[in-house]
Ligand binder design. Structure first.
Ligand code: AR6
Length: 206
């Protein structure tokens, strides 16, 4: 388990990598993001959603999608069957059933480098759509899996930058002010390393 970002800042273990931050340091913003290494299905979020890295059919699969469907139970796929799939770059929301969170947001990330697609724009859209959905459903917490960085082959560094930048921009908007916490949930060390390196550029220590 990785300490929360604010703890890393407080202990001086996390330092900004950019000498001139892209964004002004903000204690209130930094307290609203976190980074943990955990199985996303274990996160207990009373009024929050976990974000699944799904595919366009929305009927389950491998990776984090498989883990979420197993932990939620078969009622989740029953609800998913009513949704009619989901376009790449978009997201849909369901109940969480046996999971210890309130909702599941199923985001469909791009297959990295798929011909004719702008992977970065589609990944940005996944994060933005998921954040909007959470606010529309009056949720206060969103926990993201590292969408597209597994089976879909998106390089960790590039995906982490897109995720962090999009979250920072959203937290700065009026809608974003309604979220009290956005957590990046990593499973593998390659993603943890990428997030630890890039987060201070967008959320510089105060
Ligand atoms: N908790 C948190 N993160 C996890 C977990 C977990 N239990 N399991 C894996 N990860 P992937 P994609 C991380 O492959 O690349 C599925 O078959 C993993 O380390 O799950 O978007 C879908 O149905 C990686 O960083 O999703 C689609 O067909 C991240 O989750 C396709 O895979 C995403 O890896 C989607 O591929």
């Amino acid at each position: 388990q990785i300490p929360t970002l604010s703890l890393l800042y407080a202990t001086g273990r996390l330092r900004p990598v950019a000498t001139s931050p892209l964004h002004a340091p903000s204690a209130s913003l930094n307290s609203r993001i976190g980074l943990i290494r955990n199985d996303i299905t274990k996160l207990s979020l009373q009024n929050g959603a976990i974000v699944n890295a799904a595919n366009r059919r929305l009927l389950g699969g491998g990776g984090v999608d498989g883990a979420i469907h197993r932990a939620a139970g078969s009622d989740l796929v029953k609800e998913c069957r009513t949704l009619g799939g989901c376009e790449t770059g978009q997201a849909k929301i369901t109940d969480a059933y046996r999971l210890p969170c309130k909702k599941v947001i199923h985001a469909v990330g791009p297959v990295y480098g798929a011909s004719g697609e702008d992977s970065e724009a589609l990944l940005t859209s996944c994060y933005r759509t998921s954040l909007r959905l959470a606010v529309e459903h009056n949720l206060d917490t969103v926990a993201f899996s590292a969408i597209s960085t597994g089976i879909y082959g998106y390089p960790s560094q590039k995906a982490a930058r897109t995720a962090i930048k999009t979250v920072r921009e959203f937290l700065d908007t009026d809608a974003g002010k309604k979220l009290s916490l956005v957590v990046f949930v990593n499973f593998e060390m390659k993603d943890v390393n990428a997030y630890n390196e890039i987060i201070p550029e967008y959320f510089p220590p105060v």
